[in-house]
Design a protein around this ligand. Structure first.
Ligand code: OAD
Length: 247
């Protein structure tokens, strides 16, 4: 990812699971969240995943199948529209592993927590894409080992190489820039610290106020569903992107 600067104002969209909630995909926290039924220590922990191998694959099979059956919602489509309207000026960074942003037309998308369609062999480091279905347990196509195949999702305790990109982009934000943070509790990445305290004008769009972030740090907070709110931000974002002297 190249450095984040240029004459024109830039937009960063930083998303979490709430962006895909209206597409029918469960979020992680809160009522009916995925971590309510399944301890994340069991299926999302780099130091224990091998001992929970079957449960890990069953959990991510279910995520892959659910994502394949879901469709992008108006929130994803709004982000794709922004990225097309201002080429090279809109950075889409997501914690989501469902590829719905890409299916809405976003490109590129920076995936901080991996991608449920990818598999990774922790032994030979090979990474490959599988069909949008349950993993067939055929093993690593390169080294043929079976028990070293892990879903291509970043687990707790595992390095997340794209975090550096996130922090670099945020550090380079200027007052003319805009950051839209959508559908994230902030429990894993503190979007209030990263974007709310950046130089950019920062919006938080979440279903409801949460307790993980200092939401007063954002320039503005809009509570409601991403699919309803994001399309309504287009005009305001357009104004900021096209009239920087007024920002
Ligand atoms: P969370 O489940 O922690 O938070 C979801 C957020 O989305 C909450 O703040 C909700 O208020 C909001 N929300 C729910 N429905 C919404 C809607 N329709 N419109 C807008 N907002 C809505 O999800 P994340 O913050 O993405 O990591 O979780 C961060 C990371 O924790 C995930 O990437 C995952 C998880 O453990 C890994 O798997 C490594």
């Amino acid at each position: 990812m190249s450095a984040f600067h240029g004459a024109n104002p830039q937009l960063i969209v930083f998303s979490g699971a709430g962006l895909s909630a209206e597409s029918g995909l469960a979020t992680f926290r809160g009522a009916h969240g995925l971590w309510e039924d399944m301890p994340l220590e069991k299926v999302c922990n780099y130091s224990t995943w091998e001992e929970n191998f079957d449960a890990v694959h069953a959990f991510y099979d279910a995520r892959r199948i659910a994502a394949a059956g879901a469709k992008p919602n108006p929130g994803h489509l709004a982000v794709a529209e922004w990225q097309k309207r201002w080429p090279g000026r809109v950075y889409v960074i997501t914690q989501n592993v469902d590829r719905l942003l890409e299916r809405a037309g976003c490109h590129p998308v920076i995936h901080l927590h991996g991608d449920v369609l990818l598999m990774h062999c922790v032994d030979c480091d090979f990474e490959w894409e599988i069909a949008p279905a349950a993993y067939d347990h055929a093993g690593c196509p390169r080294c043929r080992k079976k028990k070293t195949v892990k879903p291509g999702v970043v687990f707790f305790g595992q390095a997340a190489p794209h975090y550096e990109v996130l922090y670099e982009l945020a550090a380079n934000l200027r007052t003319a820039d805009t950051a839209v943070v959508v559908g994230t509790s902030g429990a894993v990445l503190p979007a209030d610290q990263i974007f709310g305290r950046s130089r950019a004008f920062s919006f938080l769009v979440n279903l409801e106020p949460g307790s993980e972030m200092d939401e007063a740090a954002f320039s503005a907070c809009c509570y409601g569903s991403a699919g309803k709110i994001l399309p309504t931000l287009t005009e305001m974002i357009g104004h900021r992107m096209e009239n920087p002297s007024q920002n």
